[in-house]
Design a protein around this ligand. Structure first.
Ligand code: HEC
Length: 195
């Protein structure tokens, strides 16, 4: 094997590597800076990108964004005419974060005083004014349209205000959707006598 020719000493050009295969020789070339910086930049970017998406989750995942947009579209379509006699519509609303979030805000400002922030009312604290809204025992019926009726007309003799005159139909339906988001469609419903 012959020794490949080397650049003259003191010259900074690419060096020939010390091997020959079938007469083919190889330079030990340094990659150009623009290429190296592009590579290092891509590595740094991938770490920042990975951190933002997978660890800190500052950017919502594509699937989450699509779900949120679909929920918003469904909410706009449904909001036009909410049939408050249709149980299925209420269950559908209770699975839609747009309605549930709106209902939660109404609940927090108007209902939590008596039914508590946990919705558990007397179930959590016997001194609370309102009954538990998360259990499956209902005084006034547990189907969505019955719950809607209780919330909208109230139980004035027992201290539960009528909310539809205050909130209107849409907001009342939203708060019912929020209550139902703590329940499952088809769960067994029992009758409770007030304590
Ligand atoms: C001033 C206190 C008070 C506020 C505020 C209040 N409630 Fe009530 N709520 C009651 C009481 C008391 C009852 C129990 C009525 C009875 O014993 O018949 C009740 C009952 C209910 C029931 C029926 C529970 C069942 O077992 O049938 C629902 C549903 C309900 N409230 C939802 C709401 C919602 C939604 C809001 C807010 C928009 C709200 N309540 C605000 C006091 C309140």
């Amino acid at each position: 094997m012959t020794q490949p020719p080397q650049p003259p000493p003191g010259q900074n050009g690419p060096k020939l590597r010390n091997h020959v295969y079938d007469g083919i020789q190889e330079f030990d070339q340094r990659l150009p800076n623009w290429w190296l910086y592009t590579l290092y930049g891509a590595i740094a970017f991938s770490i920042v990108y990975w951190f933002a998406h997978m660890v800190a989750k500052v950017v919502p995942a594509d699937g989450t964004q699509v779900d949120a947009e679909m929920a918003r579209i469904a909410a706009v379509k449904m909001a036009g005419s909410i049939d408050v006699t249709n149980d299925d519509i209420f269950w559908e609303m209770s699975g839609n974060p747009v309605f549930v979030e709106a209902g939660k805000q109404t609940y927090t400002s108007l209902c939590a005083a008596c039914h508590l922030a946990s919705l558990r009312g007397k179930g959590e604290n016997p001194a609370a004014v309102g009954p538990d809204l998360t259990d499956t025992a209902w005084i006034h019926g547990g189907t969505p349209k019955e719950v809607y009726h209780t919330v909208s007309a109230g139980v004035l003799a027992k201290g539960m205000p009528a909310w539809e005159p205050v909130l209107g139909q849409k907001k009342t339906a939203e708060v019912v959707a929020f209550l139902l988001s703590h329940h499952r469609k088809g769960e067994p419903v029992t009758v409770e006598t007030p304590k």
